[in-house]
Design a protein around this ligand. Structure first.
Ligand code: GLU
Length: 424
């Protein structure tokens, strides 16, 4: 995979390499707007910061932090902040680019951005985590803001981290600025329904897919990789709709129950032990066996690149529903297509989180808050509507769902560039 940029060296299956392959697939379908496509292969702005903190024992530690604004043509940057030991510039660039596509696919008035710190947060105390978050927020303070770029939770960040970010930014500018981040605690201007919004969106898109395929949700078998914020909420919603969550895999193990796992009991086990491993009311399963389980929905809801070619050749699901960002490599995508397995792309399937982030941001500007019923109904309405558009494009242009979503989204982004023009 050749990148036009000197500062990253992606491979065909690395995150930025995966994104570039997806952009290549969309290029022939953009008509005159293809003139602008190079914009999408170059993040608008990438900030790399040093984040020094004092550890509890008095030593100093330095961490690498990032904030990438991939595209701002349709509105301010929007996207999460990830704390993970594998975070690097290339990954954050790809995650930011997928936010550009996701916001545009859902027609939310945002560009795409993402941030992260290269750290294993499990090795830090709460106080250290707070110092890390606050220093990082100060360092990226020159590019974020409610009208510039609005961070949110992602892998290993949560409402508490957002509260620290909001406070740090607010103290630095001298005014409480709730709209600078989304995914805050509800008493600090967070939105009802935000915590489970990504998982809820995965379910809504799964339900709409089933409707278009003439499948029933009730009784459908669901296998989920990842039981964090996204995977656990999706499991809960599928189970509540009568589906059977037959398997869950996380970093430490895989559990299986042919009649369906007790999702609430599994969530309690994970809260107590930190992982799904050793859950008593299920059988353990091998890591690779997970991918070959016969099921209706396979939901990768962990990290990028998990569905590789070897695993794609084993998949026996009817539908792959991407809860994670970038879980399927381009080669695996091609294998799944050839095998007749429908892939519902991340930029559609996991967009519930950013959609409720949008609601949170709007509520912060108006200082008027909606009920959980209003939030969930609007989420359902926006996601089902966007899915319908993607599905129609998929059928009319005979394109994979991913390419159809990218055609719709990239057309909106590049049309904004064409209408705005270059300045100065
Ligand atoms: N991190 C989430 C995502 O990947 C949510 C981003 C947001 O709410 O801004 O979509």
């Amino acid at each position: 995979m050749i990148s036009p940029l000197s500062y990253v060296t992606p491979t065909p299956s690395s995150p930025w390499g995966t994104y570039l392959a997806q952009i290549e697939a969309v290029e022939p379908h953009l008509g005159e707007l293809a003139r602008w496509i190079e914009t999408l292969r170059r993040p608008k702005r990438s900030l790399v910061v040093d984040v020094p903190i004092e550890l509890d024992d008095g030593r100093l530690a330095h961490f690498e932090g990032y904030r990438v604004q991939h595209n701002l043509a349709r509105g301010p940057g929007k996207g999460g902040v990830r704390f993970h030991p594998d975070v690097n510039l290339e990954e954050v660039m790809a995650l930011a680019a997928w936010m550009t596509v996701k916001s545009a696919a859902l027609n939310l008035p945002y560009g795409g951005a993402k941030g992260g710190i290269r750290v294993d947060p499990k090795t830090l105390s709460m106080k250290e985590l707070e110092r890390l978050t606050r220093r990082y927020t100060s360092e990226i303070g020159i590019v974020i803001g409610p009208n510039h770029d609005i961070p949110a939770p992602d892998v290993n960040t949560n409402a508490q981290v957002m509260a620290w970010m909001m406070d740090t930014y607010s103290m630095n500018v001298g005014a409480t600025t709730t709209g600078v981040v989304t995914g805050k605690p509800v008493p600090l201007g967070g939105s009802r329904g935000r915590v489970k919004a990504t998982g809820r969106g995965v379910f809504v898109v799964g339900r709409e897919t089933a409707r278009h395929l003439g499948m029933e949700i009730s009784g459908a078998r669901v296998a989920i990789q990842g039981f964090g914020n996204v995977g656990s909420a999706a499991a809960e919603m599928f189970a509540a709709a009568g589906a059977k969550v037959i398997a869950v895999q996380d970093h430490a193990g895989t559990v299986f129950a042919g009649d369906g796992l007790d999702v609430a009991a599994l969530a309690a086990h994970v809260r107590a032990t930190g992982s799904v491993a050793d859950f008593a009311r299920a059988e353990p399963l091998g890591r690779e066996e997970f991918w070959a389980l016969p099921c209706e929905f396979l939901v990768p809801a962990a990290l990028e690149g998990q569905l590789n070619p070897a695993r794609a050749a084993q998949v026996r699901a009817r539908v792959v529903l991407e809860g994670a960002n970038g879980p399927t490599t381009p080669e695996a995508d091609a294998i799944l297509a050839e095998r007749g397995i429908l892939v519902v792309p991340d930029v559609m399937a996991n967009a519930g989180g950013v959609t409720v982030s949008y609601f949170e941001w709007v509520q912060n500007f108006s200082s008027f808050f909606w009920t959980e019923e209003e939030i969930n109904a609007r989420l359902d309405h926006i996601m089902a509507g966007a899915f319908q558009q993607v599905w129609e494009t998929h059928e009319r242009m005979r394109l994979p769902l991913r390419t159809a979503a990218f055609v719709l989204a990239c057309t909106r982004v590049l049309q904004a560039h064409a209408d705005r023009g270059l300045y100065p």
